[in-house]
Design a protein around this ligand. Structure first.
Ligand code: FMN
Length: 169
């Protein structure tokens, strides 16, 4: 598949079948994340795989939506503040940026495998910390439910026109 076709095919999937994700597919997704670029190549990302019934239930409490609960597997992309690059001139940490690039690599790789995914940031981060202890400098950036798509959208979300978002100087 050409890259633009792949990018156009990805959408936020919010309906999944119960079919599990194979270890082979999971490996592919993590390899895709590992290839992502990061500031100074510091790779300040951590990936939490949530698969067991017990752990899934704890995660569902952090983002209580019926569609979300359907996913057989979740990848929580976390960032480690302690190892991320910080720009000296304005002290801007690039932890979120690096984690976000890795997360989108996972979503595009899932599309490549014919799997669905969705960015979820509207979860309860405090509850997440209670259920899933992380190192003090590490925090969850995005939860990615991954699953076999149950229903494709009849209409894709729209995008702003090019002339509204691009400035050529
Ligand atoms: C940073 C970020 C956070 C998001 N958080 C959520 C979320 O918490 N819940 C949700 O259902 N979708 C979430 N989304 C998905 C967006 O709603 C979706 O990407 C957008 O509407 C465009 O639709 P598409 O992904 O189908 O192209 C998030 C997307 C991004 C990039």
């Amino acid at each position: 598949m050409k890259f633009l076709e792949l990018a156009q095919q990805r959408f936020s999937a919010r309906s999944y079948t119960a079919e599990p994700i194979s270890d082979q597919d999971l490996h592919y997704l993590i390899e895709a994340a590992r290839t992502a670029p990061s500031a100074v190549n510091f790779q300040p990302w951590r990936f939490l795989i949530i698969r067991s019934a017990e752990q899934r239930e704890k995660l569902h409490a952090c983002y209580s939506r019926e569609w979300f609960k359907q996913a057989p597997l979740y990848i929580v992309v976390c960032a480690d503040k302690a190892t991320a690059w910080v720009r000296k001139s304005d002290c801007k940490s690039h932890a979120d940026i690096d984690a976000a690039i890795a997360a989108e690599h996972i979503c595009l790789a899932a599309t490549d495998l014919g799997l669905g995914s969705c960015w979820v940031c509207n979860f309860d981060p405090d509850l997440f910390r209670q259920h899933f202890p992380l190192a003090s400098d590490t925090y969850p950036v995005v939860i990615l439910p991954i699953g076999h798509i149950n229903e494709s959208p009849t209409q894709r979300t729209s995008r702003k026109p090019t002339d509204e978002i691009v400035t050529v100087l």
